[in-house]
Ligand binder design. Structure first.
Ligand SMILES: Cc1cc2nc3c(=O)[nH]c(=O)nc-3n(C[C@H](O)[C@H](O)[C@H](O)COP(=O)(O)OP(=O)(O)OC[C@H]3O[C@@H](n4cnc5c(N)ncnc54)[C@H](O)[C@@H]3O)c2cc1C
Length: 540
């Protein structure tokens, strides 16, 4: 904080505006010290109200919530178009981490996001709500308890969708506050509204009737994605919904059709099935999760079927319709089948938001899927405009987006950094969850690497028995000759946590022998590494 006077003062500017010679006369809350706008451009802002300068920025500088800054000059205050070292479009994981990395090296940073969306898709419609729903299902249905003590022990017999929604709302609000506080604590200005490019260094932020302009030396496009739609699907946000509008379903459907068996479709299908809905999952691809080790996929498919999911793979949906009287949704398939459900969830991929940024004004174009192309340093074709997160495409995870954002800021401001690691884990939070890092049996076979497999079944581990997980497994892939660890795959409770042990050994080119020779806490799920290593090494 700069220690400026905090009491309201009336300041009159005698500076003439360069556009129309208007004299500014404004009431502002804080005395303002100018640090940013080197070109001294003054602009007129007729509706500059008392709350306009309440927003705190870094040392000795206050920016207006309206976007303009008041600057002490020639016995008065002039209003300037603020110029930032970095303006970030989108406050999701990529935007947040970029903004904070830049603020840490004392750069003036602003983040723009649409009004209710601080925290991004990750906080509002993606990672956080979906994972909260999953945890709520475990806690409120007593699933974990049932697994250990049988069906007689149910924590809350009658879980309602409302119970889950209340929990989700609480967590979203909390996470939004955390993100907002982190940005504020780092002196980052937050602008609410829709960002559009006016030129390669200028953005306008539109919020209803209001619009402000910001200048930026560097810009990060971190505007993420939205659910992809098809004109053939008659969405009504009530019975036929995309994954951003699941809350529109008025209750848990008895029968649900989920179209799209990607990660998001699978996760939601398993949640609904766990809550008791009969789910039919349709995908035109003949196999699910083709990037995951197929033995794990087969095990997952088995457990999802046990949960009550019917798979219709290799089946294309040709038409979706509603029977309004009976309130049924129908999906007609190319094979002639017709599936009905109380609700249909459309989970077929996501569309980048860059197609709504007016990129051409900056000399850029979005591809057909609304994404922006970048180099390995996250620079677009215009070097001071960077892009990170889901808007650049694969792998489109919150975890990777955070790191991409941080690295983009590092490159922008000359902060030393390593390149984005090629090795990163996947966590798929179906019920049961799976996780992987490194190679699969399929990729090793196709590249002719001689490998061996070591497997630990959770049923052999004391800890998993205590947790009531009898069906989980950990699978290690390692080179037959060198014993170098090549891939780690886990299914079952805490798979997404224990994978990180394998990730560390993989990163440091470790050997599977490490797991054999180390002492592990007992009882733990981590002990699975030792069991799997012994299993694999004994096969050689
Ligand atoms: C259902 C679901 C579950 C998921 N689960 C996981 C998971 O378990 N683990 C994981 O790692 N990842 C998960 N993901 C993916 C994760 O949510 C995304 O990878 C992550 O949110 C991407 O971050 P981002 O910073 O690119 O942008 P986003 O989080 O998409 O945020 C982009 C922000 O930009 C804003 N914006 C867009 N256009 C404009 C504009 N013109 N002006 C101003 N603001 C704009 C948006 O309002 C939004 O707030 C999940 C995604 C979904 C949909």
């Amino acid at each position: 904080m700069c220690g400026c006077e905090r009491t309201p003062i009336l300041v009159q500017s005698n500076r003439r505006d360069h556009d129309d010679n208007q004299i500014h006369k404004q009431s502002v809350r804080h005395r303002v010290h100018w640090r940013m706008c080197p070109n001294n451009r003054a602009l007129r802002q007729p509706e500059f109200g008392t709350d306009a300068l309440e927003h705190h920025c870094s040392e000795g500088f206050y920016a207006g919530a309206c976007g303009y800054v008041g600057v002490e000059k020639d016995n008065g205050i002039v209003l300037m178009l603020p110029e930032y070292d970095l303006v970030v479009i989108g406050s999701g994981p990529a935007g947040q981490k970029a903004a904070i990395a830049a603020a840490k090296v004392r750069k003036n940073v602003a983040v723009i996001d649409r009004t209710p969306m601080i925290g991004g898709v990750s906080v509002h419609t993606g990672t956080i709500p979906s994972k909260t729903i999953r945890e709520a299902i475990f806690q409120l249905t007593g699933r974990a308890v049932k697994a250990q003590y049988g069906n007689g022990h149910v924590a809350h017999g009658d879980i309602s969708v409302r119970d889950v929604s209340v929990r989700v709302r609480e967590i979203i609000e909390r996470e939004t506050d955390v993100v907002r506080a982190q940005l504020r604590r780092n002196g980052i200005s937050i602008y609410q509204g829709l960002a559009l490019f006016l030129d390669p260094h200028t953005l306008t932020v539109q919020d209803g009737e209001d619009g402000h302009q910001l200048k930026a030396k560097n810009i990060l496009i971190a505007c993420g994605t939205r659910p992809a739609h098809s004109p053939e699907i008659p969405f009504d946000d009530h019975r036929i919904v995309d994954t951003d509008h699941l809350h529109g379903l008025s209750g848990l459907p008895r029968e649900t059709i989920v179209v799209g068996a990607g990660v998001v479709g699978l996760e939601y299908a398993s949640f609904m099935a766990a809550l008791g809905s009969r789910v039919t999952l349709v995908d035109q691809r003949p196999i699910i999760l083709d990037f995951v080790d197929q033995e794990i996929v087969q095990a997952l498919s088995y457990h999802l079927r046990q949960l009550g999911i019917t798979f219709r793979l290799g089946e294309k949906v040709t038409r979706v319709s509603m029977d309004m009287q009976r309130e049924f949704a129908f999906a007609e398939l190319e094979s002639g089948k017709k599936i009905q459900g109380d609700a249909l969830v459309y989970a077929v991929g996501r569309q980048g938001n860059a197609d709504h940024l007016h990129l051409e004004a900056a000399g850029l174009v979005a591809d057909a899927r609304g994404r922006v192309k970048v180099n390995e340093l996250f620079q677009t074709a215009v070097p001071h405009i960077y892009a990170a997160g889901d808007v650049i495409g694969f792998p489109a995870l919150a975890s990777t987006s955070m790191e991409q954002g941080r690295l983009a800021a590092c490159h922008m401001f000359g902060i030393p950094f390593e390149h984005m690691p090629e090795l990163f884990p996947y966590g798929i939070y179906t019920i049961p969850e799976i996780s992987m890092v490194g190679q699969t049996e399929e990729t090793l076979t196709s590249t002719k690497v001689p490998y061996e497999v070591g497997i630990a079944r959770y049923s052999e581990l004391a800890k998993s028995m205590m947790l009531g997980d009898h069906m989980g497994m950990l699978k290690l892939l390692f080179h037959r000759d060198t014993h170098k660890l090549l891939g780690v795959h886990a299914l079952g409770q805490r798979a997404t946590e224990i994978i990180h042990i394998g990730q560390a050994v993989l990163f440091y080119n470790g050997l599977v022998d490490y797991f054999r020779d180390m002492v592990f806490n007992y009882p733990t799920l981590a002990e699975a590494y030792k069991v799997a290593a012994l299993n694999g090494l004994n096969k050689l």
